[in-house]
Design a protein around this ligand. Structure first.
Ligand code: AHM
Ligand code: MG
Length: 340
């Protein structure tokens, strides 16, 4: 007998069996997310073939161009989960307001937050893009969810994960019991367990990942840190390698597999950086922590930040614990430099 083939459904059910109090709600939500991911994977793979590329005329609330596939993925995830009966409400990076469950459907006790298609500006270049999600418990009274249910600290997440649409499609998730990765076998349409209990390697590869084009806008501490990593200041025996795709899920996935760190710092123009706390930073922080790594704002753990609004941005330093710790040390020396 060879190694058993574990589908994502079997894995979720097996995990849930270990917890007698589990109701099955969780399995159902994760399975619906996996279903939506398959639909999105199919569309992403077809993107070069069909007339689905290019932007709509609309801009999202962050002032960025919304590409058709983003809007479509937003709808697909909502519709895959609105009727499951386990969600009180949802919130998506592509929607200004939180998303109530339609009145015609039963509401449940969980809340889903998602970034339907992160890194979508990379679609036409065939660079990997991704979906990011996290699940919280509903915290307010009443049958239906409210915006307040969506605005919770990362520390209170009950599950998080992402899907990377790359050379293969992978779904990676945690419920707080390790990080597990599944690869989509397109011939049978199933996610199969390919990366059980993922850990960021120690020592990890010496890789840093950042958009260094913003160097002139960075603070002195941020500049000093990157100068150290690449040994521009002569302080590092061996320079780190730089890898940056501009697609957070792809950059994080590599960091999870190889180690090193990804960062999207604040700068003199955007003190909070670019990435969203609830849709991007907090879910990946849960994954990093479960894989033995860390995620920080540069000052405090991402998971401890109490959000104040749905679309709030936050600086992000994430990956191997030693690298994130070192970033924090350098950032303590920060003196803000005027933008050039
Ligand atoms: P998006 O949510 O609009 O796709 O933007 C987020 C993306 C991340 O995937 C990536 O890390 C970052 O934007 C890249 O930004 P930049 O081009 O400034 O380096
Ligand atoms: Mg995004």
């Amino acid at each position: 007998m060879g190694t058993p083939i574990v589908t994502i459904s079997r894995h979720i059910i097996d995990m849930e069996r270990q917890f007698p109090e589990a109701t099955g709600a969780f399995s159902a939500i994760l399975q619906d997310i996996a279903f939506a991911a398959k639909l999105i994977a199919r569309e992403v793979n077809m993107a070069g073939l069909v007339d689905i590329l290019g932007g709509t005329d609309e801009r999202n609330i962050h002032g960025e161009e919304v590409q058709k596939l983003d809007a479509w993925a937003h709808d697909v995830i909502f519709k895959a989960l609105d009727h499951c009966g386990h969600l009180a409400c949802m919130a998506s990076e592509e929607s200004e307001e939180f998303l109530p469950i339609p009145d015609k459907f039963r509401a449940g006790k969980y809340v889903l937050l998602y970034d339907p298609l992160d890194g979508s500006s990379n679609i036409e270049a065939n660079i990997s893009i991704g979906t990011i999600f996290s699940i919280h418990r509903k915290i307010t009274e009443g049958e239906r969810g409210t915006e307040q249910d969506c605005i919770q600290p990362g520390r209170d997440q009950v599950a998080a994960g992402y899907v990377v649409y790359g050379s293969s499609t992978m779904l990676v998730y945690t419920t707080g019991h390790g990080v597990h990765g599944f690869t989509l076998d397109p011939s049978i349409g199933e996610f199969l367990l390919s990366h059980p209990d993922m850990k960021i390697p120690k020592p990890g590869q010496r890789i840093y990942s950042v958009n260094e084009g913003y160097y002139s806008k960075w603070t002195s501490g941020q500049r000093a840190f990157v100068d150290h990593l690449k040994n521009a200041d002569g302080s590092n025996p061996k320079p780190f390698s730089l890898r940056y795709t501009g697609s957070l899920v792809a950059d994080f996935h590599r960091t999870l597999l190889y180690g090193g760190l990804f960062m999207y710092p604040g700068d003199s123009k955007h003190a909070e950086g670019k990435l969203r706390l609830l849709y991007e930073a907090a879910p990946l922080a849960f994954m990093a922590e479960q894989a033995g790594g860390r995620a920080s704002t540069g000052e405090v753990d991402i998971r401890d930040v109490m959000p104040v609004s749905l679309h709030q941005r936050i600086p992000l330093y994430i990956g191997s614990k030693d690298c994130v710790d070192l970033a924090e040390e350098y950032l303590k020396q920060d003196v803000l430099i005027e933008a050039k």
